[in-house]
Unconditional design. Sequence first.
Length: 453
Amino acid sequence: MERQFSERGLERAAKREEAGIVVLNTCTVTAAADQDARAAIRRIYRENPECQILVTGCYAQRAPQEIADLPGVKWVVGNSHKQSVAEVALSPAAAKASSSLRPLSTRLEACRDTHQASEVSFVPVEALTENRELPTENRIFVSDIFAHTELLAAPVFDAANGRTRPNLKVQDGCDNRCSFCIIPYVRGQSRSLQLDEVIHEVTQLVAAGYREIVISGINLGRWGRDFSRPMRFEDLVSAILDRTPLEKLRISSVEPMDWSDRLIRLVAGSPRIAKHAHVPMQSGSDQVLRTMHRKYRPWHYREKIERIRASMPAAAIGADVMVGFPGETDSDFEETRRMVEDLPFTYLHVFTYSSRPGTPAAAISGQVPVPIARERNRILRDLAERKKLEFMKSFIGRSLEAITLNVSDGKYTETLTDNYLKLRLAGEHEPNHRVEAQVLQVSDGSLVGCAAL
């Protein structure tokens, strides 16, 4: 998005208080994410009432009228039109809305079946839900995301570490229908960046001096399945290794059923792939996984994690885990807790279930009381912290490969190890350099070390 504006002659403002246009990219995976977005919009408007606020992303795709009603919001641009944010902001007439669309709840019903999804029309909209006229014309640019069949992507540079670890999105959308998840309805069907385009982007980033690249997607392991001649994710990983001089490839989250034996061998066998596996788990209860419409059983998941650990003894292994899913009993939670205890996780992302409008889980009876869900969340977070600390302490006295990040206080420089641990390296070091670090201790949740001799 920043590239879109820069190509039209605009520059990033030093502070948002000085900006003429503020673009807010939103998430809607939980109610808390929606709340954070609304709070950010109000804060921006309070600090800079003269700016024009453009809200885009998943929350904008799901509930555009809700956002448009907030003070200070000039435009709402869904994921369906994200490739045109600058055009909307700078030439609104060029993206003139032409008609209305059915209510969101109706569209979700139609899109639950991917066969029906292709029948939903693709039209920009001015009015949503009640089909009422908006106070200002051409404020909302949202249409059926399932009409998108191609992926256009560009590398994303994190503000803190943009000089070291760009993130290249190679896949978007999801064809799964987990009962709790709103993401397929705001991201659309699974679609992949063409192989030659991925190779081109990686090659360009390497030529620009980047040593490590993160490849990501909403359902990354499904990359290539949508091509006329389907390919597999392993083919992409192999091609990046074979056709580019990239020093280090890091793979983001991949679903358990997509961690094939071939992929595990690739990651374990190549020194150019970071030893890191993030494998969403969600629950250790068979009954809960079935109600979630997840495509694996607890024993399948356990087998994958154990195989990854056997192939990569020092790898970071992380998971997403959800607590408080409707109908989750004490016994179900105990199965999850026991699985987390047993498996060699080095970190967890623990989420408390959040009801998302229009998803099947929102209508399930037996919603777990909030205090109980929060307590389950705390139990798993405490367990994860203990396991992470044990994992970090196992590296004291050993050396680890790391990349220097763009953060330094003069005394220490932040780095990220090959196996996804934060390490504070003694001294001030330029970002984007690979170093061999000797681990001395664990302090304040990170490793502390010095450059190995």
